[in-house]
Design a binder for this molecule. Sequence first.
Ligand code: SF4
Length: 139
Amino acid sequence: MAKLPIETEKIIEQYGPSLNFPPKDGYPGRDEPDKVINTHCCFCGMQCGIKLLVKENKVVGFDPWMEFPFNEGRLCPKGVQRYLQNNHPDRLLTPIQRIEGKGFSPISWDHALSHTVSEIQRIQSAYGNDAFQCYQAYH
Ligand code: SF4
């Protein structure tokens, strides 16, 4: 059974979750985006079409993209909330590494990549190529 490196309260203090977090200056007006960007929801392979409303280079909302042939403006519950995560305080912007007894520390992308490669190689040389598997979680 995996053991947490530090108490749960400290992890939450550092990385969230910050539930029901309102933006610092309140929710921006939906009627004044600088730009509307037709793009795709990035959460899963369905790639539903979505119109992101952008103000001062930040996503502030979305509109349905009715003409997009696959989803015709509809989004699932994950896609509906996706735009809120761009500027959410819990969003990780750098890799972090677990250090026993100290919790988590930010590390560089180069360090994260080389550490990941060396750990995959260590596991595979000790237990065989099929001993390593990757699991991707969206939330
Ligand atoms: S809206 Fe839902 S189904 Fe569509 S791409 Fe996003 S996560 Fe996938």
